[in-house]
Design a protein around this ligand. Structure first.
Ligand code: ZN
Length: 307
């Protein structure tokens, strides 16, 4: 879902959801949100809000990259509104296509993948106007028992009733239903609320374990993957394949441009901040992407503009 503002230099948020049987993968930039209402009444978020006001880590990243974080200052020095970053004045720390902000506003998505139990569940994807009015819980509760299409309308209605503003109120509801059942939207929870903390388990790398199968059978959500870092080397992981070097051809791992062997800069290679012991290992970056990477990660020397 894209939420476009007017103006040629304005960007957008994006929330991308792939449903493959019981596996749900969400990649998100900005402050639109995707929540999961699992069978049994456990509501969880599959996105994080890239808002400076609420996200301490992102505030640190932006200031480390040379951006300033502060509120709008009106006459008399009075500060108003949410935290924004300057230049640009955006209250988001990540977005796509914002042209008039600094390089520290990055389009790197938070990615999360979960596996639902075979009881299924409901996804509610909505833009920031909905979440300004409703908590994830409230949105989920407001539409339980309704089929998906009516549920989306009900969430928008509820948001308007609560806050009265129609700005950025887009909502999509997707029900993931077991194939042998007819339409069966999530039912209101019975006595499961005490178990909620247990139902949503943290990272599990061994999805085939007996434990997870057992838990799956009683309606849990299994977390398969989560990555929200803006740090490239962290996202690519330590076990990233270096097979590309055996072909004799190097390509930039980000933009895929071909590189002469002398041109490639290792993703581990070092600024003075680097603690890596393997600056000659792949994956490799072109000079352009290396500059962007450094800007993203707060390693841009002050005063140097990235073209
Ligand atoms: Zn590149």
């Amino acid at each position: 879902m894209a939420c476009l503002s007017s103006g040629e230099t304005s960007g957008t948020t994006a929330t991308f959801v792939i449903v493959d049987r019981w596996t749900v993968t969400v990649a998100s930039v900005g402050d639109s949100r995707c929540i999961l209402d699992a069978q049994g009444g456990a509501v969880s978020s599959l996105t994080v809000d890239h808002r400076l006001e609420e996200n301490v880590e992102e505030r640190k990243r932006v200031t480390a990259s040379g951006g300033e974080v502060g509120r709008l200052s009106i006459v008399g020095g009075v500060e108003v509104g949410p935290l924004r970053c300057w230049p640009g004045g955006l209250c988001l720390s990540r977005s796509i296509g914002d042209m008039d902000v600094g390089e520290f506003i990055v389009p790197v998505p938070y990615v999360k993948q979960v596996k639902l139990s075979n009881a299924g569940g409901r996804l509610i994807v909505a833009s920031d106007g909905i979440w300004d009015a409703l908590s994830s819980e409230m949105a989920a509760k407001s539409c339980r028992g309704l089929p998906a299409e009516l549920a989306a309308k009900q969430v928008v209605k509820e948001a308007l009733r609560t806050r009265g503003l129609k700005d950025d109120t887009t909502c999509i509801v997707v029900d993931i239903i077991p194939p042998d059942n007819s339409i069966q939207p999530p039912t209101p929870p019975k006595k499961h609320s005490m178990l909620r903390a247990l139902l949503f388990r943290k990272k599990c790398h061994d999805s085939s374990s007996k434990l997870s199968k057992k838990l799956s059978a009683i309606g849990t959500v299994e977390e398969l993957f989560e990555e929200g870092s803006a740090m490239l080397a962290e996202r690519l992981g330590n076990d990233y394949s270096t097979s590309q070097s055996t072909s004799g051809l190097f390509t930039c791992v980000v933009c895929q441009i071909d590189l002469a062997p002398s041109e490639g800069i290792s993703v581990h290679a070092g600024s003075i901040f680097s603690t890596s012991s393997k600056p000659w290992q792949g994956p490799f970056l072109c000079a352009d992407c290396r500059n962007k990477k450094d800007a993203m990660e707060g390693k841009r020397p002050s005063g140097v503009k990235v073209a």
